[in-house]
Write a protein that binds this ligand. Structure first.
Ligand code: NAP
Length: 346
């Protein structure tokens, strides 16, 4: 279905600085199905948004992605999600999120969104074989942790190899821990992991850190942290669990074995925003820009979770953001553009 540009009506909306209201409304062709809320992404943010939107009788449709469930699908035990005193397996937790959303009327499709058009309402979303119209959209596509791409890394994920110290650090009490990376995340994770590990070794590919001065100084001065410079991890080994690594000193071109129980990879994240380039404001690293962590630069399009949140990246914070986005979408559908202006001004 193509909407002729000339048939759209433009409504001028004044919003606080930094937030532009497109305010362009186009007629819906008879026979087209219009969704109230389309949610893109199915991690804790997307599925919490789905629970809230479904309970508000908005019958949300969720584009979960072919690899649905988000980052927790790659985790083993989750011990810090409130409500599970004995912990829960990541995939099991995401199944429960999904069941809860479906119970209240969310429809979940395990397909990727390939393209969007947010320049006018109704918004348009494309998957491989469908085009969907939606009055409002919640973008909760998350961010993917970068992995090293070395031999055995994938097999040992959740078995000593992790990208989340907050999630998995507590499993390594009195163990030998390695952290890879030289940025703030690596320093933060290394310092955090000293609470559990016998010793933490930071392996960094250069001889100076990218991290902020204060974080770098804290890590460098820590008695339980040591640094291996100009070095990369070349492979990880272990039958059922990580047992050792191969490290290559790239200055001297020397390879050695290193015994370790855990490897935390902290080399950055990539937000999943390729489909939104040119449609939503993105920052230099590709994260969605939002003045309040809920609204985007397009009125009626909301954001939730790691695709915005460069700092916390926790399941529980993502879930909280999903809740906020759904509540704002509900208000937007009820009161229109005027609500967005009010919500942002207060
Ligand atoms: P980052 O600043 O991009 O640092 C990534 C680090 O990983 C760099 O040291 C980089 O090395 C290294 N690296 C990248 N790819 C690698 C590879 N394939 N193999 C080995 N090493 C690799 O990412 P981040 O630390 O996740 O931080 C992201 C943003 O969040 C930053 O703006 C940071 O300041 C912020 N942040 C702030 C806090 C805080 O304030 N408490 C905490 C966490 C994050 P090179 O240095 O050689 O490029």
């Amino acid at each position: 279905m193509e909407i002729a540009a000339g048939s759209c009506e433009t409504v001028a909306v004044r919003l606080p600085a930094g937030v532009q209201a497109t305010g362009r409304t186009c007629p819906v062709v008879e026979g087209d199905v219009m969704e109230h809320v389309a949610i893109i992404g199915s991690g804790p943010a997307g599925l919490t948004a789905a629970v809230y939107a479904a309970r508000a009788n908005l019958a949300p449709v969720v584009f979960a992605g072919y690899q649905y469930g988000g980052q927790l699908m790659f985790t083993t035990e989750v011990e810090n999600y409130p409500g599970f005193p004995n912990g829960i397996m990541g995939p099991e937790l995401m199944e429960a999120f999904r069941e809860q959303a479906e119970r209240f009327g969310a429809t979940i499709h395990n397909v990727d969104v390939t393209r969007v058009d947010f320049t006018a309402r109704p918004f348009r979303i494309w998957t491989d074989d469908a085009e969907i119209l939606a009055e409002s959209v919640i973008v909760a596509t998350g961010a993917a942790a970068r992995w090293l791409g070395v031999p055995n890394e994938e097999r040992l994920r959740g078995r000593g190899v992790s990208t989340c110290a907050t999630c998995d650090g507590a499993f390594f009490k009195e163990k030998e821990i390695v952290v890879v990376g030289g940025g703030d995340s690596a320093m933060e994770e290394a310092i955090f992991l000293t609470r559990f590990g016998r010793h933490v070794t930071v392996v960094h590919r250069r001889e100076s850190l990218r991290a902020s001065k204060i974080m770098a100084e804290r890590a460098l001065a820590h008695p339980k942290i040591s640094f291996v410079w100009n070095t990369v991890v070349e492979a990880v080994y272990g039958e059922h669990h990580l047992e050792r690594l191969t490290l290559r000193d790239i200055e001297r071109d020397e390879v050695r074995e290193f015994t370790a129980d855990a490897l935390f990879i902290a080399i950055g994240h990539d937000p999943n925003t390729a489909a939104f380039a040119g449609q939503l404001d993105l920052d230099a690293q590709g994260y969605i820009v939002s003045p309040d962590g809920v609204h985007t630069n397009v009125v009626g399009v909301f954001v939730a979770g790691d695709v915005y949140d460069i700092r916390y990246k926790q399941a529980v914070t993502a879930a909280g953001m999903g809740c906020k986005a759904a509540l704002e979408a509900e208000k937007f559908l009820e009161h229109g553009v005027a609500h967005a202006a009010h919500a942002l001004a207060t």
